[in-house]
Write a protein that binds this ligand. Structure first.
Ligand SMILES: N[C@@H](CCC(=O)N[C@@H](CS)C(=O)NCC(=O)O)C(=O)O
Length: 250
């Protein structure tokens, strides 16, 4: 099987797919693209959307972390990505949908907001990436890319502040799923692979790490993804973090 993954450094759905590939034991090659440029590159290759992760499997195109998860599970059924019990499977698919449609984007907006304010940590997020130019040069010239990426992801003050306020509720939902055995079971499933990378990306922000690390969600995220590149010092206005403070001291 000839598999190539297209992603951008630090992409949480990109990390999700890489973790799934490892779980299935499928070897793959990876092309790291620059943010913004990935839109043009994947469209010019004939993918229907402009997002990564995008994957070519023996020339066939599969795009989006959920579609890729299903394709990998079809190609290599072991270990299974879905529980056999239909009731549990429905809950897993709901948690996966939440991870993709509700959790992924606010975390993306937080990261781009933070990197736009201070691009120095960008180097840490590019660890292990092969961008075709030296990382130092990529970071030094990243200003316009960061501005454009923050813009198209709508990483505004208002949206990021709202995302931070919603995060405790999201963490409660994740902890409840862990408690119920929907997440963090013996056999990892699509929802585990979808949600853990968003948590791990959020945990690269020092502002958020303690509030997540002290909860079952944090332990779960570290189990699924022991290492995640990136480390950003405190950057959010303290008032924006208030909703999380009351959680971590509870
Ligand atoms: N939720 C989808 C979309 C992923 C997504 O939005 N990826 C970002 C990078 S992390 C992207 O390529 N954005 C470009 C765009 O929205 O045009 C998935 O999990 O595959």
């Amino acid at each position: 099987m000839d598999v190539r993954l297209y992603t951008i450094p630090g992409s949480h759905p990109g990390v999700a797919v890489q973790t799934m590939m490892k779980a299935k034991g499928i070897p793959f090659k990876r092309t790291d693209l620059f943010p913004v440029m990935q839109k043009l590159v994947v469209r010019s290759m004939g993918f229907p959307k402009q997002t990564v992760p995008a994957m070519k499997i023996d020339g066939r195109k599969v795009q989006g972390s959920r579609a890729i998860a299903r394709e990998l599970d079809r190609l290599r059924p072991e270990p299974p990505f879905f529980p056999a019990d239909p009731e549990l499977r429905a809950k897993v698919e709901e948690a996966e949908r939440f991870g993709d449609e509700e959790l992924q984007h606010p975390v993306r907006q937080m990261i781009w907001w933070a990197l736009r304010k201070d691009k120095a940590p960008l180097r840490s997020y590019s660890e292990g990436a092969k961008l075709g130019i030296p990382t130092g040069l990529a970071v030094a010239t990243a200003g316009p890319i960061l501005a454009a990426t923050a813009y198209y992801n709508e990483a505004t003050d208002e949206n990021v502040r709202r995302g931070l306020a919603e995060l405790p509720g999201f963490l409660d939902r994740i902890d409840t799923w862990i408690e119920a055995g929907v997440l963090d079971g013996e056999q990892l499933n699509v929802a585990d692979y979808q949600i853990a990378p968003s948590l791990r990306l959020a945990m690269t922000l020092q502002d958020l790490r303690p509030a997540i690390d002290t909860r079952p969600a944090g332990k779960f995220a570290r189990r699924v993804i022991p290492d995640y590149a990136g480390d950003a010092p405190p950057i959010f206005p303290p008032a924006w973090l208030q909703p999380l403070r009351s959680v971590s001291t509870a």
